[in-house]
Design a protein. Structure first.
Length: 156
């Protein structure tokens, strides 16, 4: 069965700073599986670690797939938590393996972007959706008349 749908309009319940981390990979040469395969295989164990250890600070994530690319949006409690995870053993091992196996090869690309968003500098709306994005990470609440517009949600 699919995820529970919440009929109506909701906004995220988060009332603090949030860190949005976008990470992914792009397969540039399909035939170079020996280059991009190990990168792809390293991802699930790190995701599993984050899901099983909420104290690391990753609140939630969404994953998207394209023909050549993956994109994952992660919501973190703080930049300090994200940076600490980057220095953790599982990530350092994956990074070291990437540099050994891929290095400057153009067979596969990786990327990430980090945004530290202060409280009150973001807003969200979810209509007839399951818990998704920031609302999945921090919970959601119904939109009331005082939160009806994006401007109102930004000021709330």
């Amino acid at each position: 069965m699919g995820k529970k749908i919440f009929p109506g309009r909701f906004t995220s319940a988060n009332e603090s700073e949030i860190v949005i981390f976008i990470i992914g990979m792009r397969v540039n040469k399909w035939w170079a599986v020996h280059k991009w395969g190990p990168v792809f295989k390293a991802i699930p164990s790190m995701i599993r670690e984050l899901y099983m250890n909420k104290e690391l600070g990753c609140l939630s994530m969404e994953t998207f797939w394209g023909l050549r690319s993956t994109l994952m949006v992660q919501y973190w409690r703080s930049a300090e938590d994200l940076l600490a995870y980057a220095k953790g053993q599982k990530h350092l091992t994956a990074w070291e393996n990437f540099n050994k196996k891929v290095g400057n090869s153009d067979a596969v690309g990786i990327y990430h972007e980090t945004y530290v968003v202060p409280k009150g500098q973001y807003e969200s709306i979810y209509g007839n959706m399951p818990a998704f994005g920031l609302a999945k990470a921090a919970g959601h609440k119904p939109i009331t008349p005082s939160l009806n517009s994006a401007r109102q949600r930004l000021k709330a």
